[in-house]
Ligand binder design. Structure first.
Ligand SMILES: Nc1ncnc2c1ncn2[C@@H]1O[C@H](COP(=O)(O)OP(=O)(O)OP(=O)(O)O)[C@@H](O)[C@H]1O
Length: 362
């Protein structure tokens, strides 16, 4: 039963765990995940490939059974109480299937009949995803972006309160990504809750109100996008004389920063403050000809949150040294990500049902 305690959260998980069995043994898909998605707005569910986003979404939709932990949608425990809430949820977890020779309108009408949604919704949802002018074109003539918007339209037929989209911009060109992004933002602006997973923060940071970042099946950070980018350590591009590149790299790495060469320059990740790099290199007699702060993205936020912590909670030598000297930026605030078993997709025994919980397009 939904209780007052859960009011205000569209999705809530506690200690959610899922392991997979395969020919190579057990691997962990999600490890003790605690997630809190507020009602209303776009919530970015972010993490590198293999961090457990799809597994989590499948558990929420009752497509995969968790080993342990609890999950709630609008306060209803899932999968046990899924029937009570499924009508309020629309989801795209994999490419939906439409009839290629039928128009978008015909596909949606068939689907509306199949799931018991009023046919009148077809016009509304076509309008919603800006396909009203192309509704009589055959599905097979659609661009990838239009196909994805049609998939979103299908999830809207039942006018759900919560939309769950797993990597909805995968494979789309920049124009397609923009269209899907605008559609998601528009839905949130109407008061719906949109959970969108992605491995690219840049793709969702423009539209997300709040985010959860996961790594290796665990939550490592959550909050508003602004606070997260503000807290995360930054990346900078530095340019030094070619003769000094090695010395600069060694000095920066010895201090716990991550350095990679890029087009004749060095990109330094996990920098607490650009001035820190100037001082560190200046102390070693290396003078900079360029220092450009780079826009924070998932990679740099992610590295900034995790790089100084090693599995088991030990702190990186460089960070320890810097903390002793008292000139570090904010100490890493994130919990140490768990070490989990190697991913093992082959031969998994956990057969995943095809389709989504929304009765959406097949
Ligand atoms: N059916 C399965 N059988 C075995 N292992 C699986 C299965 N599904 C997922 N995994 C493993 O669980 C881990 C999490 O995978 P998952 O697909 O949930 O991550 P993800 O964050 O969605 O990744 P991506 O962004 O690449 O889709 C990975 O190590 C993956 O190999």
């Amino acid at each position: 039963m939904a209780t007052a305690e859960h009011v205000g959260l569209a999705i809530e998980t506690h200690g959610l765990r899922k392991t997979y069995r395969s020919v190579r043994g057990r691997s962990v898909g999600v490890e003790g995940l605690d997630l809190a998605v507020p009602v209303g707005g776009v919530h970015g569910f972010l993490g590198p490939n293999g961090s457990g986003k799809t597994t989590t979404i499948r558990m929420l939709l009752g497509l995969v059974r968790p080993d342990r932990g609890t999950a709630r949608i609008f306060g209803h425990e899932v999968p046990r109480e899924l029937p009570a809430v499924v009508g309020r949820v629309g989801a795209i977890v994999e490419s939906p299937k439409f009839f290629p020779a039928f128009s978008a309108r015909r596909n949606l009408t068939l689907l509306a009949d199949a799931i018991g949604a009023p046919r009148a919704r077809v016009d509304a949802v076509l309008e919603e995803v800006a396909l009203a002018g192309r509704d009589r074109d055959r599905y097979r003539t659609y661009s990838l972006g239009m196909k994805q918007r049609l998939a979103i339209a299908a999830t809207l037929l039942k006018d759900p309160d919560l939309l769950i989209f797993d990597e909805p911009t995968n494979g789309l060109d920049p124009a397609g990504i923009r269209e899907v992004r605008q559609t998601m933002r528009g839905l949130a602006d109407q008061g719906k809750t949109v959970l969108v997973s992605s491995h690219i923060l840049a793709e969702v940071e423009q539209i997300a109100d709040t985010v959860s970042i996961v790594a290796r099946g665990r939550l490592i950070a959550s909050g508003s996008v602004a606070s997260l980018l503000g807290e995360g350590k930054r990346s900078v591009r530095v340019r030094v004389r070619p003769d000094d590149a090695k010395l600069a790299t060694t000095a920066l790495e010895a201090d716990g920063l991550v350095v990679r060469p890029e087009q004749g320059a060095l990109v330094v990740d996990g920098v607490p403050d650009p001035a820190y790099v100037t001082r560190l290199l200046g102390e070693r007699g290396v003078w900079l000809s360029e220092l450009t702060p780079l826009q924070a993205d998932l990679e740099s936020v992610f590295l900034g949150l995790t790089q100084h912590e090693t599995p088991g909670g030990r702190t990186h030598r460089g960070e320890r040294r810097r903390r002793r000297r008292g000139d570090a930026g904010p100490p890493p605030s994130a919990p140490v990500p768990a070490v989990v078993g190697a991913g093992a997709a082959a031969g998994a025994d956990d057969a995943v049902r095809d389709g989504s919980a929304d009765g959406g397009a097949r």
